[in-house]
Ligand binder design. Structure first.
Ligand code: H79
Length: 593
């Protein structure tokens, strides 16, 4: 046991010392070495539809008169419903409103280029016709039809890639499946038997009975060694050599990378990857979950994923009758309308060359940068720093209006015609240029053209014990959130520093946004900038707890005037040796007018 703990601690330290960029490189190396040559469609697709649909959709977040919050597809686990009870739900599962054409049409209208639907989630119920179980939609429900047959056809007809989510290890219905410990004893489980008798045969059915598949989306690996996972993957490849597998097949295998649920990496990754989010809080339908992301929020996620080189697969949870939530239909179509005009800046684009700017992010195509103006500058002036190329043309993607621009040194300055611009969810400016783009900027721009500029801690340089960490926590059951913070700055030699570029002389208020539990509270720290030491004492926010929202404070610690434009270094460190100062989420500059 002691040895095990030592190994865990070592792995933990190892993990923590890997910076964002290093993680990025690790993944790039892996994907470049073994790149699946069929992955190009996936890299170009950018926007996909995820669908969680199963018996849990019928329960809709309620069991025995009690409401559950969080991930609806986990209700069997959350309420510890015995198999004997849960399987009765199938008797009344009759999705008569299911219309494959309608689902596929919504995906097409939304501008989605692929669709992944749950063939079997952890609950163990097969939403397709399977010879290897009677616990499937054809054998166990009054519906008696296989909805995946028509869905596969309707989707393929629209040139959208079709794929299945398949929970290859967790299966709470089967004595030998993963993770049902309320009906079955862990010690008596034979995972190999489960793989052999259910998972593998069912995957063969999925890969042979539904036409060409774009991907199999595996989730929560378990029960297999790396070698066994390789054998598992290879045994499936023969059914459809071009079909991609998600990284959650386990052990670093798979053809593209998924991050955590609802996690967007803060850095650019060149290998194929995807972020998955759900439209509301739950993946599976919950009647009382009406917290839908707005069209604007979805477009921001999409633009940010594309700007870092990845895809967004957005989930919708149809109900037990087979209908999409009304807000999902409406909001997805609005996103689709935006994409009809601005899709050129998203589809088949690659990561932006400009990094994160106060005004937003960029995506690339040869000779073009697409500037996604997510925050409008107050006076319309957009700075493209250190972009030393020859500009041929600058115009709004919507309507084509040409914009004035000016070259100042290595920078380019654009002027947005704010008065004449439509109210859009995300204006895209196209920059056509010639010439080679040199190494990118290493600083964060601070400008009074924005009321506030937030610089995520990801952009900090760290020294000593300080390191970047993705904090994972949940609001509801299984509803993961991720926030990158610089943690472990605990000695006066540890440093968190930011390189900033101030574009004009001016005065700013500086705030630190952080989490600070009881242990860390009331310690002295110092922020050094502009030849001045700004002392502060940390304020208590409440503890970081994986099962609760992350408590944060925006603590104003300094006001400073920059007499000159130019590059500045900002350092933060504890004054004395001791405990972690705080978990720093971001540095905020507020322009003082
Ligand atoms: O299908 C969706 C989720 O159901 C699935 N992945 C996305 C795409 C998923 N499976 N497992 N997880 C996500 C991790 C969930 C872990 C938790 Fe829990 C479930 C946290 C709280 C409830 C396990 C059980 C840990 C604590 C209790």
């Amino acid at each position: 046991m002691k040895k095990f703990l030592t190994i865990c601690a070592a792995l933990f330290v190892l993990y923590n010392n890997v910076s964002g960029q290093e993680m990025d490189e690790m993944w790039d190396n892996r994907s470049n070495n073994k790149a699946n040559k069929n992955v190009q469609w996936f890299k170009d697709a950018k926007f996909g539809m995820f669908i969680h649909w199963g018996l849990y959709s019928k329960l809709a977040g309620e069991w025995n008169g009690k409401r559950y919050y969080g991930s609806g597809e986990w209700i069997m686990n959350q309420a510890k419903i015995p198999v004997a009870e849960y399987e009765k739900v199938a008797k009344s599962f009759n999705p008569i409103k299911f219309d494959a054409e309608e689902w596929a049409q919504i995906a097409e209208d939304a501008g989605m280029k692929y669709m992944v639907v749950t063939a079997k989630h952890h609950e163990g119920f097969s939403m397709f016709d399977s010879k290897y179980t009677n616990f499937d939609i054809v054998d166990a429900t009054p519906y008696k039809k296989d909805p995946m047959k028509s869905l596969a056809k309707s989707v393929a007809k629209r040139n959208i890639h079709f794929g299945f989510y398949y929970s290859q290890f967790q299966d709470w219905y089967e004595p030998n499946g993963g993770r049902n410990t309320w009906d079955f004893k862990e010690a008596e489980k034979d995972y190999q038997k489960y793989y052999k008798e259910k998972a593998i045969p069912q995957l063969k059915e999925l890969m042979t009975n539904y036409g060409k598949l774009g991907t199999i989306w595996f989730d929560t690996p378990g029960g297999l060694t790396k070698q066994e996972t390789e054998d598992f993957v290879n045994s499936l490849r023969k059914y459809q050599p071009e079909c991609l597998f998600s990284s959650r097949v386990g052990h670093g295998l798979g053809d593209y990378r998924d991050f955590g649920d609802s996690e967007l990496p803060p850095f650019t990754i060149n290998g194929p990857w995807e972020s998955i989010y759900t439209h509301n809080d739950s993946w599976g339908y919950i009647k009382h979950d009406l917290n839908f992301k707005t069209p604007k929020e979805i477009i921001y996620l999409l633009a940010n994923a594309a700007a870092r080189g990845g895809n967004l697969m957005l989930n919708v949870g149809p109900d037990g009758e087979g209908s999409f939530p009304a807000y999902s239909i409406q909001y997805l179509r609005e996103v689709g309308n935006w994409l009809k005009i601005n899709g050129e800046s998203i589809y088949a684009s690659t990561a932006g060359l400009l990094g994160q700017q106060p005004w937003g992010v960029s995506t690339s195509k040869p000779g073009k940068q697409y500037l996604h103006i997510l925050n409008r500058p107050v006076d319309g002036e957009v700075l493209i720093p250190d972009f030393d190329v020859t500009i041929k043309k600058v115009y709004l993607l919507d309507g084509g209006k040409e914009l004035d621009f000016e070259k100042r040194g290595k920078d380019i300055i654009l002027n947005l015609p704010l008065g004449e611009m439509k109210k859009s969810l995300n204006e895209v400016v196209v920059l056509e240029y010639s010439g080679q783009v040199k190494a990118s900027q290493t600083y964060n721009v601070v400008s009074d053209n924005f009321q506030e500029i937030e610089i995520p801690a990801y952009f900090a340089k760290v020294k000593g014990n300080a390191n970047l960490k993705s904090l994972t926590y949940s609001h509801y059951y299984g509803d993961w959130k991720h926030t990158n913070c610089v943690v472990d700055a605990k000695n006066s030699g540890d440093e968190i520093s930011f390189d900033i570029r101030v574009t004009k002389p001016g005065t700013y208020k500086i705030k630190l946004e952080y989490n600070c539990g009881t242990e860390s509270a009331l310690q002295e720290g110092v922020l050094t900038l502009n030849n001045t030491d700004f002392l502060f004492r940390t304020l208590k926010t409440g503890e970081f707890d994986r099962r609760a929202p992350l408590p944060l404070i925006q603590h104003s610690v300094a006001t400073t005037t920059f007499d000159k434009e130019g590059l500045y270094k900002l350092n933060i460190r504890p004054l004395k040796d001791g405990k972690e100062l705080f978990k720093l989420k971001s540095l905020i500059f507020e322009a003082v007018r």
